[in-house]
Design a binder for this molecule. Sequence first.
Ligand SMILES: Nc1ncnc2c1ncn2[C@@H]1O[C@H](COP(=O)(O)OP(=O)(O)OP(=O)(O)O)[C@@H](O)[C@H]1O
Ligand SMILES: [Mg+2]
Length: 587
Amino acid sequence: MFSKIKPYMGSYIRYTYAALAAMLTALIASAVPFFMVYRIIRPLIEGEKLSAGYFAIHIAIIFVCELVYSNLYVLGLKFSHISAYNTLKNLRISLQKKLERQPLGTIHDMGNGKIKKLFTDDIEQVELLLAHAIPEGIANLSMALIAIVCMFFADWRLALLSLCSLPLGLFAMGMMFKAGMAKMNDYYTAAAKMNATIIEYVNGMEVVKVFGRDGESYKRYENDIKSYRDFTLAWYKICWPWMALYSALIPCVALVMLPVGTLMIINGTATLADLVLVFCLTLSIGIPLLKALNFAGKFPQLNYKVDEIEKAMDNAPLKTNDHTFSGTSHAVRFNDVRFAYKEQEVLHGVDLELGEGTLTALVGESGSGKSTLAKLLVHYYDINGGTITLGGQDITDMSIEALNDQISYVSQEQFLFDTTLYDNILIGKPDATREEVLEAAEKAQCSEFLARLPKGIDTMAGDGGKQLSGGERQRISLARAILKNAPVIVLDEATAFIDPENEEKMNAAIGEIIKGKTVLVIAHRLQTIVNADKICVMKDGNIIAADTHEKLLQSCDEYKKLWHSSEERANWTIDNADTMSGNEVRV
Ligand SMILES: Nc1ncnc2c1ncn2[C@@H]1O[C@H](COP(=O)(O)OP(=O)(O)OP(=O)(O)O)[C@@H](O)[C@H]1O
Ligand SMILES: [Mg+2]
């Protein structure tokens, strides 16, 4: 158990040892007063007269010991928490690094709820192990053992009598673990499910509000919280009687020893002084023993937690290594690429070449696999067959960071962090100056809406960028990519939410930034890509044609179909704009 967490503790393990030493010393100090009381009682029993000095010394020792106990125990807790929270930090950083290297599919499959639980609740539970269970548990157990040994030295028969109730208490505790463990898995499954459902429910609140509470999502929410309640109550129902029994039995170390010991004194087989000494020692056994055993009870839970955390870290990571980019150019080549999200294959052997410094457009009906292809180029997932190379170097043969440095990617679903818009753009190039960030924002046509915001570019983006419209989010993402200025640019519907007027400006800006770069543009509005060096038509996970606009119009029926529907949409936009404003709008 301890060995599993040890690698994450690093040099902070010495704080745990220090905590252990401080707590054990504190507990020994807490037992000394009982011995002092015995030293006062024994002469009185034997009819000796005690001097005031003798009393004073013993009372002073008691006082000092209590002081030592409280200070050292608190110091021990301080050390154990330093160790615990630094270990939690290491655990979270390690988890995040491993998670970053997992394919997106693995992360999506886990779900937000499970990931949140893993990063917060499960890891937080480890605190209990490091800050309390290990140092306090071991110190209390050692204290109880020391007192038991002393008891045997005083009178082994009375010592044995004191331990009489212990087997019963341990039996009750064992029964509780046995019963609890059997339900543990169900309990954690129910907790994890409830977590995931709550997060999904909150994320889908917009739909719930519109479609009411009759939806599937609310029903699932209700069911999952009820089943969590049922599992928890069932678990406690089984555990509580055993818990009550051992909590009552274990601290009662003097229960048998006192009456039988008294009988032994009457029979003359034991002395009152020995009985008093053993009784005083029992006072420092019961509570520490109960505490130690209670902490021991946490081990199965913690075992489960560390296992869960490690299992989440053990998923196969993306195929990558720590090589730098050593490609000979920035040409991209998809070679017979096959890919399935799960069982369903969505790309069936795609061959595609993005020539260095050229603009390639990818068009095709919804669901044909365009975004998937873009995501594979930025290595969100590992492919199931074929190769993807950048400048001749396989993208799996370089680090994620090396690949990221070469590619600016504006995805179809933009996500902004809940920080300022400035910081969101800065992600593209963390060492950029303020001027560079403002320039990128301007090029991405952000100036106009930034001027309307209360704090301009220093306005907070809101959770996931929710305080901005889709088009505004898109422009901030584009500014991020402009700032990054990577040699390869991938734009997935980068202007989809933008009105025709701004789109024209934006296309001009995009035209500016992609000069001389290797560019892949995915577009539904075909008018924006007519001048591309090459247009690839995707259908059902295959590239069925690749040529220039004019040639495709003559040779490819699918392209013709896409072009005509795109023209119809554009005309519809013009007609509407004309009717609404009377202005002439060109797309
Ligand atoms: N995360 C995912 N898990 C499982 N299947 C997915 C996932 N994302 C996409 N798909 C499926 O893969 C196929 C291709 O999706 P993709 O997003 O690449 O299409 P697209 O051409 O970009 O469509 P659109 O033009 O609507 O953006 C679709 O059938 C889609 O249902
Ligand atoms: Mg798409």
